[in-house]
Design a protein around this ligand. Structure first.
Ligand SMILES: Nc1ncnc2c1ncn2[C@@H]1O[C@H](COP(=O)(O)OP(=O)(O)OP(=O)(O)O)[C@@H](O)[C@H]1O
Ligand SMILES: [Mg+2]
Length: 260
């Protein structure tokens, strides 16, 4: 058995209420191994964004425990990258500067990198998301899907320990989305942050997660957690056509039919 020191992200007995007596997130218990990736699906209002906000340290309070390798996730050593549902870009900064600022906040000393090196890194992450040509633009001059890609590039650029993505591909058309899922997996494999990926797309949940956390409505029941390792082990391009994918999709739809 692994010790708590390298047990990854542990969520113990988490409950969140924005207003007293009104649960936004019912009881949640989860262990996500370090360098693992789980997807989260659930009906609107089931607490998916709240879960990510709690981990990211954006809530004034919650009940329960959030640990990374045995210490609070909010310790300074644990760098958390968040792609919020509304992208969270600074409108008065260019795409390039949005990423630069995030890198600066993540590593205030900047390590040893000078401006030129930094620009190289920024360009690398923008290129990886297919949007290098947008570096000098301002967020509000971009489409929703382009803004989402900037937000994803920014999250990767800080090389976070924990990566939290809140429906990051929701504004993309099906084809662009498929392309970016592949790019995302490639990036994640090169820098396997411990990742929670929220989506409302069943297909995407199956294509990207080692496990799938299916949130239930009403904040009364804990989520169902489905093992997805059989699909995850396949080559990305083969997943969609596989029997395992089909079976998993049936399983999730059954939970949705019965409980959502
Ligand atoms: N800032 C807030 N103040 C009060 N209640 C909130 C706040 N944010 C969310 N809630 C409530 O908490 C519950 C969970 O919301 P949350 O945004 O986490 O759901 P979600 O699963 O992300 O939904 P969606 O799929 O629509 O994004 C909802 O009932 C919502 O109305
Ligand atoms: Mg949400």
């Amino acid at each position: 058995m692994s010790s708590s020191k390298n047990s990854g992200l542990r969520i113990n007995n988490l409950h969140v209420a924005y207003q007293k007596g009104q649960l936004a997130l019912g009881e949640m218990n989860l262990t996500l191994p370090e360098h693992g990736i789980y997807t989260v699906i659930g009906p609107s209002g089931s607490g998916k964004s709240t879960l990510l906000r709690a981990i990211a340290g954006l809530l004034p309070g919650y009940e329960g425990e959030l640990l990374f390798n045995g210490r609070s996730v909010h310790d300074k050593e644990t760098l958390i990258g968040l792609v919020p549902q509304n992208y969270g870009l600074l409108p008065w900064k260019t795409v390039r500067d949005n990423i630069r600022i995030a890198m600066k906040i993540a590593r205030p000393g900047g390590g040893s990198s000078n401006r030129q090196e930094q620009d190289g890194k920024i360009l690398h992450w923008l290129e990886s998301m297919g949007i290098a040509q947008l570096a000098g633009r301002f967020p509000l001059s971009l489409s929703g899907g382009q803004q989402q890609r900037v937000a994803i590039a920014r999250a990767f650029a800080i090389l976070p320990t924990i990566l939290l993505l809140d429906e990051p591909f929701s504004a993309l058309d099906a084809l662009t989305r498929e392309g970016l899922q592949q790019i995302f997996i490639d990036n994640w494999q090169a820098h396997p942050a411990t990742t929670l990926f929220v989506t409302h797309d069943v297909e995407e949940a199956i294509l990207l997660g080692q496990k799938i956390i299916v949130m239930l409505p009403g904040q009364q029941e804990p989520p169902e957690i489905l093992d997805n390792s059989a699909v995850f082990a396949m080559k990305h391009g083969d997943k969609r056509e596989s029997d395992e994918y089909f079976e998993q999709s049936k399983r999730i739809r059954k939970v949705m039919m019965e409980k959502w």
